[in-house]
Design a protein around this ligand. Structure first.
Ligand code: R5P
Length: 312
C-alpha cells in the first residue's frame, strides 16, 4: 500500500458518516475494532495494512467527548506505529472548543490542550468544519483545513424562506450570519445577549428588523438548546413571520430536541457532523456533510486547493 491510496478509518463516534464519506470516494473503510478493556480503557486494533497509506481518521469529538477524543488519539497512534504515510484527523465537530482563551483566572485553554494532544499523538493534518472560533486553527502547528457547512445548509433555506432576515443569536455569530445573508441576499439582525455564567444568560435586545419577515437563526451548535430557544422567543416577540433554525453541529444534549420542538420553530435543520437522535421530530431535518468532506479529502489527497473549493 502506498500514499497513492486513501484509507478511511473511524472510531465509535460516527461510523455512518465515515462510511458515507468512503462511499463518496469509492473506497471501503478500513477494518478496525475500537472496543473496551474490562476496566474501561480503550482497546484499538486495525485489521488492514496501512503502511505508506494516506490515512483519514473520521471522528467527531462529540459526546461522550472524552471517550471519542481518546479513541481518536489512540487511532492516530496506531496509524503512526503502523507506518502510515500521512495521517489526517477528520474532526467534523471539534469538541472542547468553547474554552479557547483565558478570559478569567484559573481556567484552562481546553481547545489548545486538545489541539496539542492531537498533534502530539502524530496527526499530520486536521480537517474540520465550523470551529466554534476560527482562531482555534492557530492552536495547531500542523495544517488545518477549515470548511464551512453553509454551502450544505443554505440550499434548504433558499427555497423555504420568503423575505428572509438572517439572525445571529449572539454577537459572536455575526460573521456567520453575514455570510448566510450574502448568499441569500438578505439583511442581518443580531440578538444582543450577555452571558452571566456557562448556563445563565441575561438577555438584552435585538439589533435589526425582523418584523413581518422569515427569520433564519444560524449558529455553530446547539448543545442544551437553551440559547436557541431563547433566541426563537425573542425573534417571535419582535414580530417575525416564520422562524427557522440552521445549525452546523446538532449536539443535542439532555432534552434539547424536546425543547426545540416545543419552541414552535417552523423548521430546524442541522448537519450530520454529529450523529443526530432518532427518530428526528417532524420539522427537523438533517443535511449530510459527507459529500463536502469527501471532496475535501479528495483535494487533500491530490494536493489540490481546499480553500478554493469551499468558502464561508
Ligand atoms: C455560543 O457561543 C454558541 O455559538 C452556541 O450558541 C451555544 O454553545 C449553544 O449552547 P446551548 O445550546 O447549550 O445554549
Amino acid at each position: 500500500m502506498t500514499r497513492d491510496q486513501i484509507s478511511i478509518l473511524h472510531g465509535n463516534a460516527h461510523p455512518k458518516l465515515a462510511q458515507a464519506i468512503a462511499e463518496g470516494l469509492g473506497v471501503e473503510t478500513k477494518r478496525a475494532t475500537v472496543g473496551r478493556f474490562p476496566d474501561g480503557e480503550i482497546d484499538v486494533k486495525v485489521l488492514d495494512d496501512l503502511r505508506g497509506s494516506d490515512v483519514f481518521i473520521v471522528q467527531p469529538t462529540s459526546p461522550p467527548v472524552n471517550d471519542h477524543l481518546m479513541e481518536l488519539l489512540l487511532l492516530i497512534d496506531t496509524c503512526v506505529r503502523a507506518s502510515a504515510g500521512r495521517i489526517t484527523a477528520v474532526i467534523p465537530y471539534y469538541g472542547y472548543a468553547r474554552k479557547d482563551r483565558k478570559d478569567e483566572g484559573r481556567v484552562p485553554i481546553s481547545a489548545k490542550l486538545a489541539a496539542n494532544m492531537i498533534s502530539t499523538a502524530g496527526a499530520d493534518r486536521v480537517l474540520t468544519i465550523d470551529l466554534h472560533a476560527a482562531q482555534i486553527q492557530g492552536f495547531f502547528d500542523i495544517p488545518v483545513d477549515h470548511l464551512y457547512a453553509k454551502s450544505v445548509l443554505v440550499d434548504h433555506f433558499a427555497k423555504a424562506l420568503e423575505e428572509p432576515v438572517i439572525v445571529a443569536p449572539d454577537m459572536g455569530g455575526l460573521k456567520r450570519a453575514r455570510a448566510y445573508a450574502e448568499t441569500l441576499g438578505s439583511q442581518v439582525a443580531i440578538i444582543d445577549k450577555r452571558r452571566l455564567a456557562a448556563d445563565k444568560v441575561d438577555w438584552e435586545h435585538m439589533i435589526g428588523e425582523v418584523e413581518g419577515k422569515d427569520a433564519l437563526l444560524v449558529d455553530d451548535m446547539i448543545t442544551t438548546g437553551g440559547s436557541m430557544v431563547q433566541a426563537i422567543r425573542i425573534v417571535r416577540e419582535h414580530g417575525a413571520r416564520k422562524i427557522f433554525v440552521g445549525v452546523t453541529h446538532g449536539v443535542f444534549c439532555k432534552d434539547a430536541v424536546q425543547k426545540l420542538e416545543a419552541s414552535g420553530a417552523d423548521g430546524v435543520v442541522v448537519t450530520d457532523t454529529v450523529p443526530y437522535p432518532a427518530p428526528f421530530p417532524e420539522r427537523f431535518h438533517s443535511r449530510s456533510v459527507a459529500p463536502l468532506l469527501a471532496r475535501a479529502i479528495d483535494a487533500i489527497h491530490h494536493s489540490k486547493s481546499v480553500s478554493a473549493l469551499f468558502e464561508d
